[in-house]
Structure formats: C-alpha cells, structure tokens
Design a protein around this ligand. Structure first.
Ligand code: GRF
Length: 200
C-alpha cells in the first residue's frame, strides 16, 4: 500500500479531502502521518479523529535551522512516504528535504500558477489579488515542490470563473471546492497510474 505524509498549517479541508478519498477508495494509499508547524489547528483534530499520527515540528523549537531541517528529515525517514503532500502548509520545505524527496513532494496552491504565487501569496490574499487584477478566471494548481515557493513543475490545474461582484471569500470558496477534487485525483494518478508522467 502506498504511503502518504501530509503537511498542514491550517483547517485541513484539503487534508480531509484526502482522508475521505482514501476512505471511499478513490485514492489507494494510507496516510501514515501529518506534519504540522503549529498546535491547535483543524488539521490536527482531523488527524486525531482518523487515528493518523501527528508530528508538530516547529522551527522555533530548534537551536538553528539545520537542526530543524534534520528533525523534518528524521521524521520523514521514519514515516517513509511514497508521496509528501503540502495541503495548506505555510513554510518553505528545507532544501535538505527537497533533495531527499525530490519529485515526491507536491503542493496545492489556490491560483493558476505561475500567476499569484510565491512568498506572501497565501490564503485570502491570493483571491484579493486575482479580483483586483480584473482576471475573469482563477483556479488551483498542483505542482512539484522545489527549493523556491510555488515554483516547481506544474502537474495539474483546475479553472473557475471569477464572477462579477465576487468577494475574495466567494472566490476562495469556489476555488477550494475545486482543490478538494483536484488534489486526490492527482495523488491517485501519481501513486497508482502508470499512464501519467507521474514521477514517484
Ligand atoms: C488552501 O486554499 C490551499 O490551496 C492553500 O491553503 C489553503 C488550505 O486550506 N495552500 P485547508 O487548510 O486545506 O482548508
């Protein structure tokens, strides 16, 4: 059975979509761990409800960045994932980790990269920027993770219209709905379908 590790920093609705897709058989894998950068988030509650081990690994708990990166590396070596999924995770992945799991780390971003991506483009800010730009469509992107925020090769995208009068919150909801469909689909393709150029 293929092994998934999810990283999250927030409510975890994308994480829940993965859990549900494993439950209903759409994704043939087991989620062996959740790694978070903070306590008290919805993603941790969802992990606990589904008996998924939680590892809270915070930069501030380590004397320096190298020890923090080593702690992430050690946790991942223990969990031994076939695929690592960033589902609303707000920190850059240390290059030590990218190196060890290159092309086996993916991220979901709530916009059509390469637009509206990079440092500082997260959460509602993304949708505010899209609306301010006057773009008539938005969407979400699943991409490989490398050493630069939101920069790795794009794997798949899903598009939604930006409607007249859209608030950032309304657009966020419309995009999030697509995220919950796209992410599990990509995970299954990468893990279990030989007919894609999936790299894991
Ligand atoms: C999602 O919009 C995702 O695209 C972005 O952060 C948000 C996480 O939401 N990276 P959730 O925690 O999965 O509900």
């Amino acid at each position: 059975m293929k092994r998934l590790v999810v990283f999250a920093s927030g409510s975890g609705s994308n994480f829940q979509a993965i859990i549900d897709s494993i439950e209903n058989g759409a994704v043939s894998a087991t989620c062996v761990g959740l790694i978070c950068d903070r306590e008290g988030i919805g993603a941790i509650e969802r992990a606990q409800q589904n008996r998924i081990p939680v590892h809270v690994i915070r930069r501030k708990d380590f004397e320096d960045y190298t020890n923090y990166a080593l702690a992430l590396t050690a946790a991942l070596m223990h969990l031994n994932p076939d695929l690592i999924v960033l589902a609303g995770y707000l920190n850059k992945i240390p290059s030590m980790v990218v190196e060890n799991w290159r092309n086996r780390i993916i991220n979901i971003h709530p916009a059509l990269l390469p637009k509206y991506g990079g440092k500082g483009f997260f959460g509602i800010r993304v949708h505010e920027a899209v609306i301010k730009s006057g773009d008539t469509e938005s969407g979400c992107t699943v991409h490989y993770v490398d050493e630069v925020y939101d920069n790795g090769d794009i794997i798949a995208q899903s598009r939604v219209p930006v409607l007249d009068g859209d608030t950032p919150e309304a657009l966020q909801r419309r995009v999030l709905e697509q995220e919950h469909a796209l992410l599990p689909t990509v995970i299954e393709q990468l893990l279990n379908k030989s007919d894609t150029n999936g790299r894991p």
